[in-house]
Unconditional design. Sequence first.
Length: 180
Amino acid sequence: MRRKHRRLHNEAELDITAFMNLMIVLVPVLLLNMVFAHTRVLELNFPDSLTSAENQEESLQLQVIILDDRLVIADNRGGVIRQIDEKSGAHDFQELSQVMQDIKARVPEKKDITVMAKKDTSYQTLVSVMDSVRSFRTVVAGSLVNAELFPEISIADAPEEVAGTAARELPQANGAGAKS
């Protein structure tokens, strides 16, 4: 008589210890990296339709017009305040910030400004102008802080031609732009 020998078959078990160790290390590292990936967003609001055109004409409206070869700072009362020509092929944002600081010293209660850009203005130029008119870096009590200039920024289209024109000839921001 023949005996049948059974062979013992052991099923292999999955060892996922190494994988679990990897996940325990990988998940916190990925979560920590998410903190450094913040995107800065400016909140844009449309102007109120309740504001009348008469109120806008009476109050001072500051404008920064971005042209290809210069930046023009103007208002609705006296016309062009200052023209800042390009230096070495780029707009001079330092001088723009200095002019904005001088204007803020004269009208400290003013909080809004209109940035007028041409359609082909680069995004970086627009953002740099907005940063220059919103705030500036200064030292207060031994620490470096951002001092407020004109935080309420409206965006509008720049006029086709601006060359030392008076304020009456410059198009006024009459709710055509967005506010931030």
